[in-house]
Design a protein. Structure first.
Lengths: 112, 113
């Protein structure tokens, strides 16, 4: 079991460029999440998907879009990157309503 | 809205010292409470959890008790090791949500030999 995998691990973008962060889980979980982690801010929820085919906004959704491609995969897209989006991004998954979330290793994104 | 407040870091201790990291919460309803740990360069992993009042979660020598009367879930360990150096996050999940977690800002622990 690989658990939750994320690609890429590191990325540098110029302002205005776009990119998609990929996340996949092999635990057959219904729910998936995208967080960003910034110094002194803890983790903040960007978007989540309670089940295949549904997505909802979290605390900080502006500037991001998501796609729940199938039960395994949940991608996060930055359409026009801004320096304020420099952060470490974590994907997580959980059984529906079980609350214990399993995290991927993260993607460190720098926008210059 | 719901929130979690945990003590500011960083916390620096010598090996074998006693550790307490304070965590208090504000929530409507009856949340489940968690401690997650993040080792350098890694994602978060669940350390322990408690789902109802007076429950004690424990793992790897760490303990935390769900105190409804003081809305607290303090993390303790009797004797820390260098390998415990990490960032610790307190979190809650309200039973009315869809499993979403609300995290504290994290407390960085450094243990010196």
């Amino acid at each position: 079991n690989a658990g939750v995998t994320q690609t890429p691990k590191f990325q540098v973008l110029k302002t205005g460029q776009s990119m998609t962060l990929q996340c996949a889980q092999d635990m057959n979980h219904n729910s998936m999440y995208w967080y960003r982690q910034d110094p002194g801010m803890g983790l903040r929820l960007i978007y989540y998907s309670a089940s295949e085919g549904t997505t909802d906004k979290g605390e900080v959704p502006n500037g991001y879009n998501v796609s729940r491609l199938n039960k395994r995969e949940f991608s996060l897209r930055l359409e026009s990157a801004a320096p304020s989006q420099t952060s470490v991004y974590f994907c997580a998954s959980s059984e529906a309503r079980q609350y214990q979330q399993y995290f991927g290793p993260g993607t460190r994104l720098t926008v210059t | 809205g719901d929130s979690v407040t945990q003590m500011e870091g960083p916390v620096t201790l010598s090996e074998e010292a006693f550790l307490t990291i304070n965590c208090t919460y504000t929530a409507t309803g009856y949340p489940s409470l968690f401690w997650y740990v993040q080792y350098p360069g890694e994602g978060l992993q669940l350390l322990l959890k408690a789902t109802k009042a007076d429950d004690k979660g424990s793992n790897k020598g760490f303990e935390a008790t769900y105190r409804k009367e003081t809305t607290s879930f303090h993390l303790e360990k009797g004797s820390v090791q260098v390998s415990d150096s990490a960032v610790y996050f307190c979190a809650l999940s309200d039973r009315g949500s869809q499993g979403n977690l609300i995290f504290g800002k994290g407390t960085k622990l450094s243990v010196k030999p």
